[in-house]
Ligand binder design. Sequence first.
Ligand SMILES: Cc1ncc(COP(=O)(O)O)c(C=O)c1O
Length: 253
Amino acid sequence: MNAVSSRNSFVVYPLVMQAVGGEFRAAPMKAESYDLDALAERVDGRTLCVFIANPNNPTGTIVTRGDLDRFFAAIPAETLVVMDEAYFEYVESPDYPDGLEFLKSGRNVMVLRTFSKIYGLAGLRIGYGFARPEIIDALNRVREPFNTGSLAQAAALAALGDDAHVDKSLAVNREGRNYLYGALKGLGLAVTPTEANFIWIDTGRDEKVLYEALLREGVIVRPMGGGHLRITIGLPEENERLVEALTKVLSPG
Ligand SMILES: Cc1ncc(COP(=O)(O)O)c(C=O)c1O
């Protein structure tokens, strides 16, 4: 049994395959994005599912509707494709596909969403998903009976009606993203355009050294290897603090 995904994607996918004793097939990427052709090549009769994080964590990139149409045409109709849309609410690109469209059109898709991101309820551990009845039935047979709490469910229901919070979070994220694009580029760092609430940057140097130096300035970013940092977009004052700290640790002497 195997699962197919992309090399630089959400760390939990290889972990869950390790936990069930399956093989994890990581396809190479096309620049900072999923290469769906490379994923399709790795799907075979023993593929349990394909994981697609859209947008992708940690790079913030998306696969488009056209990319997915081609991908579905290239794989067997019955392959289960898990569309992990944890950052769904942040996306502004008109080419972004809603995974539910593929489920409704008859594909074997599972769409996953969460209250951890734009709704800010990560500590309550609640999310939701959509799939064919037989997939949900299989999940129900193996899930723990009490896997979420009444408090989390009450908060999630309230969050679904709180459009003002979502609108505000989107606006704060958009403003922070545009500010950081300019500031980071101004510092000579290569920025990958993001559709999520974090930015993937290529620092062109040992990012662990930068990460440690930023920690000493009281700013936490994520060192990702290969010179890359993932930076969360914060409130305006937090973004400014990050840029100040980065400016300091990047300036020689
Ligand atoms: C792509 C992706 N999927 C899922 C999750 C986890 O979401 P939850 O907090 O609902 O487990 C994350 C969080 O880091 C993520 O980046």
